[in-house]
Ligand binder design. Structure first.
Ligand code: BGC
Length: 769
């Protein structure tokens, strides 16, 4: 069934289910086997006082060969094409059957980082969940507590649906601002990405779930993702993408790691001995299990090279980890100790994260409370990119023209397996492309941009026309009271310009769809929206642009507008969050988690590798061009000036950072005074960077902290660098190496403006990989 792998997995979108297979939605809701109350001596592993290791050993000793093998592979958990919902499955992305004899619960595995999905509406149309903002927006908060809270919310919803594994923790680095899945990831910097992904994972698992971290590793390009060969040297990999995963694993302790579709230096990630056995399991001493991405297994060999479990098995050429694995062990080709190791890893993680002791309990979801979690993420993740003083808006404005991007309906979301069905029925679907999904003439409009129904227009009107908004119409025939906020859909620039001309100020909403399964071809806004902005800005000098994009975009009109607000994909309460920032009810504090290039010519790869080549071509992506200098590190190294640096983001108040002091030795400890000089309370993100080391210039984020300050308040903030960010990875010595000598570090408002710098002496140091 190889043909199902590529596009179709990204299609877990609900729209496809309704348009293509209405008869198949709404699956059986059979309960997964749960541990029965057998006598404790019969199931000694159920003694929760024992360690997860001990419990896993006891259970493993009771298992037959077939029972161990059964734990190591499983199907998709949705009725998809010829496949039925597996018996006993709750219905989600994947399923590993339980074992009634031994009381092993089934694994019901659901996507993803942004909330609990309902692929193909397998659990019925009424089964909805709270959509969080994009993970890139989460990363923009620079606030680990917000990541934890979002994870805990997702975990609670998953459990209320009977699920126990969340396929979350997207931690791939943003190496290309056209990446179709960047919205599921946490930016370009290994420290920020590792901390934010790690905290989100910790939040999910705090509820009694297993979370993954994914997609291990270098799944940084979606275009031709199944045939991409990511080429990179070991040190560069260790100092970039691997460091993000390493930090995420240290902080989050995910029960499972999902390996990626792509190859790394010519070897598939899911059968890469160096990646899985040597780096993850030996160097990092990772105790959990490695599951494959859906359709990423190419051989039984993968098993000895470190993959423990084959997921979504129908998507592969063969169920390698079923009969072939059993035969391999029986014939002595696969060491029995390796089989035990794989099964033990699954069981140990299940014990460690509560899957035996705290089975999920189906129940009601607190949608209002959870929407508040999503809203808080959005409010702290909105980035004020530019402001000529027009923001915050005065509620006294005579007339505001709101234009474009379906702002009357809601806020856009990213597409693919992470897309959440929001708890409202009226989501607008904008078909983007149609995709053949196999069989005679079957086409699915799966690439639908779903707008979560939190319309910015209504939120703006509620502030401008409180009386109008609150007044119920006397009868359907009563004309609505006139609003001070007009709306134009932005389809015809001339019509939008006319609305803008009649208003005191214009707010143009624009959007960029992006999806799992492919990258966007370039950095321009689609649908003629650049021309729309130009026309509106020419008609009204007080024009504000609200970007709702998965990625940075070109902004040829940047100097013609008064303010630009990055609203990302803002989730369940995005419209409300955007309006609160526009009107100053929330002081913006989001910072860019990636560098914003002027255009593609500034990138290490101006053209996406493999673009325009035939489908099955092996696409070599040379990451050694930038090596570990991803994003701002590359711009600094190449002396290029982006439109906005990593870390950039404005506030309605003004901060200053003074009195930097630094201490050296084994690592850098820096302290700085941060003062709020403005009239409003606000949050600043203190960022500590390496700027030079004995070999020459280098730019790396060493530590960061978000601080909230009242007007006039000063606080001394102390930051300690993770020594790995000061070090180089020494391939020969197989570990991190800090050379003794003079280093220069600094603090600043973003990676390009590091105003305060100090040199500091570090002693030589080594650290295990
Ligand atoms: C995606 C994974 C996802 C899996 C299951 C794959 O296509 O890459 O992120 O967890 O499908 O839906």
């Amino acid at each position: 069934m190889r043909g199902w792998t590529l596009a179709t997995l990204a299609l877990a979108g609900t729209a496809m289910a309704t348009s293509l297979m209405p008869g198949l939605v709404g699956g059986a809701m059979a309960q997964a086997p749960v541990p029965s109350a057998a006598a404790p001596q019969a199931r000694p592993w159920m003694d929760a006082r024992l360690s997860p290791d001990r419990r896993a050993d006891l259970l493993l000793a009771a298992m037959t060969l077939d029972e161990k093998v059964a734990l190591l592979h499983g199907p998709m958990a949705m009725p998809f094409g010829p496949f039925k919902l597996p018996e006993g499955a709750v219905g989600s992305a994947g399923f590993i059957p339980g074992n009634a004899r031994l009381g092993i619960p089934a694994l019901n595995e659901s996507d993803a980082s942004l909330g609990v999905t309902n692929p193909m509406l397998v659990r019925g149309v009424e089964d909805v969940a709270t959509p969080l903002p994009s993970s890139l927006m989460l990363a923009s908060t620079f606030n680990p507590q917000i990541a934890f809270a979002g994870g805990a919310m997702v975990g609670a919803e998953a459990r209320a649906k009977g699920l126990n594994v969340q396929l979350a923790g997207g931690a791939n680095l943003l190496r290309d601002p056209r990446g179709g899945r960047n919205f599921e990831y946490v930016g370009e910097d290994p420290l920020l990405a590792g901390i934010m992904a790690g905290e989100a994972i910790r939040g999910i698992q705090s509820t009694g779930m297993v979370s993954t971290v994914k997609h291990f590793s270098l799944n940084d390009q979606e275009h031709k993702r199944m045939t991409v060969d990511a080429v990179i040297g070991e040190a560069a990999h260790r100092e970039s993408d691997l460091l993000a995963f390493q930090i995420a694993i240290e902080r989050g302790d995910p029960g499972s790691v999902m390996c990626a579709y792509n190859m790394i230096n010519g070897v598939y990630a899911c059968e890469d001995d160096q990646l899985l056995n040597k780096t993850l399991k030996q160097d990092w001493n990772y105790q959990g299990w490695v599951m494959s991405d859906w359709g990423a297994v190419h051989s039984l060999e993968a098993f000895v090279r470190g993959l423990d479990q084959q997921s979504g098995e129908q998507l592969d050429r063969q169920v390698f980890f079923g009969q072939p694995l059993r035969d391999g062990v029986a014939a002595g080709r696969i060491p029995p100790a390796r089989l035990d190791d794989a099964a033990r890893r699954v069981l140990r993680a299940m014990f460690a994260h509560g899957l035996f002791d705290k089975p999920p309990v189906r129940g009601a979801i607190d949608f209002a409370g959870h929407a508040a979690v999503a809203q808080r993420q959005a409010e702290e993740g909105i980035v004020l990119l530019r402001n000529d003083g027009i923001l915050p808006l005065a509620k006294t404005a005579r007339r505001i023209a709101v234009i474009g991007a379906h702002a009357e309906v809601g806020v856009p979301s990213g597409m693919g397996s992470s897309q959440v069905t929001a708890p409202y029925r009226e989501s607008a679907l904008v078909p983007l492309r149609t995709v053949p999904i196999g069989g005679e003439g079957q086409m699915a409009t799966w690439a639908n941009v779903t707008f979560h129904p939190s319309p910015p227009l209504a939120a703006i009107r509620a502030r401008m026309d409180p009386a109008v908004d609150g007044a119920a119409a006397a009868s359907p025939l009563t004309p609505p009271a006139p609003s001070r906020v007009s709306f134009d859909p932005g389809i015809y620039p001339a019509a939008a310009a006319q609305e803008a001309r009649a208003a005191e100020l214009a707010i143009v909403f624009v959007y960029q769809p992006s999806s799992e399964g492919d990258d966007v071809p370039d950095m321009s806004l689609p649908f003629g929206q650049d021309a729309l902005i130009e026309a509106v800005a020419a008609a009204n000098p007080n024009t504000i642009v609200v970007l709702q994009t998965g990625n940075p975009v070109r902004m040829p009109w940047a100097d013609k507008v008064k303010a630009v607000v990055q609203g990302w994909y803002s989730g369940a309460r995005g419209g409300e969050a955007i309006a609160r920032v526009l009107f100053g009810e929330v002081n913006p504090s989001g910072r860019l988690p990636m560098t914003w290039p002027v255009d593609e010519s500034q990138l290490p790869r101006p053209v996406i590798p493999g673009w325009g080549e035939p489908a099955e071509t092996i696409v070599r992506v040379d990451y050694d061009i930038e090596g570990s200098d991803v994003g701002y590190r590359w711009f600094a190294r190449e002396n290029r000036t982006p439109r906005y640096w990593f870390g950039h983001g404005l506030s309605y108040t003004a901060f200053t950072q003074t009195n930097l002091s630094v201490k050296g030795g084994a690592t850098v400890v820096a302290s700085v005074d941060v003062t709020n000089n403005g009239a409003r309370a606000g949050k600043d993100v203190v960022q500590l960077y390496l700027t030079a080391r004995p070999g020459g210039a280098a730019r790396r984020l060493l530590a960061f902290e978000k601080v909230e300050l009242a007007p006039g308040e000063t606080r001394r903030v102390t930051l300690t660098a993770d020594p790995r960010l000061l070090a180089a990875f020494d391939e020969k010595a197989h570990g991190w190496r800090i050379d003794a000598g003079e280093y220069e570090v600094g603090v600043g408002e973003n990676a390009g403006e590091i105003a305060l710098r100090k040199s500091v002496r570090l002693s030589a140091g080594r650290r295990k990989p």
